[in-house]
Structure formats: structure tokens, C-alpha cells
Design a protein around this ligand. Structure first.
Ligand code: NAP
Length: 313
């Protein structure tokens, strides 16, 4: 176990929020490190097309993530590929501890670790994960060329990913538990106009079946009359929202009933110098542009926090 030198700022998470915080922190001359357990980019990198990042009409999520990373690297921000175990608040400084036991003492922390896909919790979901059950169309869609897939959900993710899958698969069934989609209007219109997508309303999946080749049938129940039905399909893509990754949040930090962290307008939690940004923070809209804006705000606020602390010493 190594206790590393003191940092001004440790950023945990390399999505759009974390990377933007990195750019602003370096511009504010903060001694900063970004720690990300996977590849930088977060959910953005697993998105097919992004059409609402201002200034770029249309770009793949992976390309946009690459652009972010390129920009971050131009500031020489160190990026460590490790998993954080805990964030320990302190009076003089905070500590970010990794699962390998290493510790990073720091003046401030920005936690930007987003969320993880929600599960249906139905028979077959865990058993056939990777054998036809997926939570990422961009990652797994390739395996369903000219096949039949089912998409579950009615939000922006389910509709966006249905449109992506429709470019690859023979047929996409978009199955939603109500009779109106939650997704934004543009996406609603596009899925309704796509000849390969058939929307099945008021229906929920109740079981996923498979043979030795992988998923081959999904059983459903109608939410109004409780009648059961089934679709022969090669894959099921589940996009029913996200659970906040709040495991690193120090005990006692206020969260809402759904587990999203409540902060002030700077993203600062009740522990001074500890910020939470992006999809893990309670907010109205979960968008790349919002996460990026929150990253900028929190990094500027962290710089101000460190300055004010030094003035009072
Ligand atoms: P979401 O907006 O929370 O939508 C989840 C969908 O899954 C809802 O339609 C919900 O139905 C349905 N659902 C939830 N639990 C279910 C269950 N147990 N069984 C069946 N269906 C279930 O999640 P999301 O689409 O992943 O989006 C998350 C956030 O990211 C949103 O704020 C979204 O706007 C944002 N996002 C934005 C974009 C974009 O701007 N292009 C792209 C992707 C995501 P009900 O409608 O009945 O609740």
C-alpha cells in the first residue's frame, strides 16, 4: 500500500463530467489526477449517435469520447486506470482509497461515477447475460445482424438504441409497459416511422428463455388484461433506466429517495471540498452537456475552495 503525494483535486470517474472537470482543473493550475476503472468516456462512449452536443450536429458517442480524451490529454492530466474503494472525508484533507490499498490524500474530490443499468429481475436475465441479454446496443448489436431483437423500455435510451439496432437487425420489437413513450418527441417520431421497429404497448417481459445457441424466446404479460404472450427473438436489450452508483459517497451525505446525491448549486456535498456531478447528482436532466457543465462548475468551485482554505491558514 502506498500513500501518494498530496493532490489539490482527485476526480473519480472519466465520463463527460469527470473529463470536463479535468480540463477546468488543469486550467486553474490545480494538481489533479483523474481515476477511472474502465476506459474514459462513460455512457457517452456506449452511445451510437449524439445529436445534442452543441456545435456538432451529429457524432458517434465513441468519437465524442475520443475528442474529450484528446482534449484532456492536451492538458497533461494524469489518468490512472484503477478502481476506487472509498472516499474518506477529513478535516485537513480528504483521502481517496483504491481497491489495491493505495491512498491519494487531497484537498478536494469530484465524484463523477454515474449510474449502472437497472435490471428487470426476471428469470433468465442473469443466466443469459452475454448470451443474448444485453444492456448496450453499441457494444453487442453487431452480433444480431439480420436477427430479431426485443428492446425493453420507453425512454430516450430504449428508443435511441432501437433505432441503432434497426440498422443492423432484421426486426426490432420495442416493448413498453405503458401506452405512451417517455422519450423525447424527435426520438418518438423516428421509432414510429422506422419500418423495422414494431412497438408493443402495455407489455412487460416476464421470462427470458434460451437454448444452447443463446436467447430464443421472450415471454410477456399484458399490463392491462394480464394475458401472456411470447416472441421468438435472438436477443433482448434492456434500457429501463439507471441506478445511481452511490457506493463511494461518504456516509451521512444527503441523498434523495432514489439514491441520487443532493448537493448545492456548485455540486458540493455537505462535506466541504467533496463534490458530486453528472448522473449521480440529483437533477432535472441527465445529458452529456449537463454533466460537462457540472464538471466545469465543480472544478472552478474546488479551486475557489482550496484558495479560501489557504487564505484562512
Ligand atoms: P428513463 O428515462 O428512466 O426511462 C426508463 C424507461 O424504462 C421508462 O420508459 C420506464 O417506463 C421503463 N421502465 C422502468 N422500469 C421498468 C421495468 N421494471 N419494466 C419495464 N419498463 C421499465 O431511462 P433512460 O432512457 O435510460 O434515460 C436515462 C436518462 O438519460 C434520462 O434522463 C434521459 O433523458 C437521458 N438520456 C438522454 C439521451 C439523449 O438526450 N439523447 C439519451 C439517453 C438517455 P415508464 O415510462 O412507464 O416509467
Amino acid at each position: 500500500m502506498t500513500v501518494h503525494e498530496m493532490y489539490d483535486l482527485v476526480i473519480v470517474g472519466g465520463g463527460p463530467g469527470g473529463m470536463t472537470a479535468g480540463i477546468y482543473a488543469k486550467r486553474a493550475a490545480l494538481k489533479t489526477i483523474l481515476i477511472e476503472k474502465g476506459f474514459p468516456g462513460g455512457q457517452m462512449a456506449a452511445t451510437d449517435v449524439v445529436e445534442n452536443w452543441p456545435g456538432i450536429e451529429n457524432i458517434t458517442g465513441q468519437e465524442l469520447a475520443d475528442n474529450f480524451l484528446h482534449h484532456v490529454k492536451s492538458y497533461d492530466l494524469p489518468i490512472l486506470q484503477e478502481e476506487v474503494e472509498s472516499v474518506i472525508p477529513g478535516i485537513n484533507h480528504h483521502t481517496v482509497r483504491l481497491t489495491n490499498g493505495d491512498e491519494y490524500p487531497c484537498q478536494s474530490v469530484i465524484i463523477a461515477v454515474g449510474g449502472s443499468p437497472k435490471k428487470l429481475n426476471i428469470p433468465g436475465e442473469n443466466e443469459y447475460y452475454g448470451k443474448g441479454v444485453s444492456y448496450c446496443a453499441v457494444c453487442d448489436g453487431f452480433f444480431f445482424r439480420n436477427k430479431t431483437v426485443v428492446v425493453i423500455g420507453g425512454g430516450d435510451s430504449a428508443t435511441e438504441e432501437s433505432l441503432y439496432l434497426a440498422k443492423i437487425a432484421k426486426k426490432v420489437y420495442l416493448v413498453h409497459r405503458r401506452d405512451t413513450l417517455r422519450a423525447g418527441m424527435i426520438l418518438q417520431e423516428r421509432v414510429k416511422a422506422d419500418p423495422k421497429i414494431e412497438i408493443i404497448w402495455n407489455t412487460v417481459p416476464i421470462e427470458i428463455k434460451a437454448d444452447e445457441q443463446g436467447v430464443n424466446e421472450i415471454l410477456f404479460e399484458n399490463t392491462l388484461n394480464h394475458e401472456q404472450s411470447s416472441i421468438q427473438a435472438d436477443g433482448i436489450f434492456i434500457f429501463i433506466g439507471f441506478n445511481p452508483n452511490n457506493q463511494l459517497i461518504p456516509a451521512g451525505t444527503p441523498m434523495n429517495a432514489d439514491g441520487y446525491v443532493v448537493t448545492d448549486c456548485k455540486g458540493e456535498t455537505t462535506n466541504p471540498g467533496i463534490f458530486v456531478i453528472g448522473d449521480l447528482r440529483q437533477k432535472y436532466a441527465k445529458q452529456i452537456v449537463v454533466a460537462a457543465g457540472e464538471g466545469a462548475t465543480a472544478a472552478l468551485a474546488a479551486a475557489h475552495y482550496i484558495d479560501s482554505k489557504q487564505e484562512t491558514l
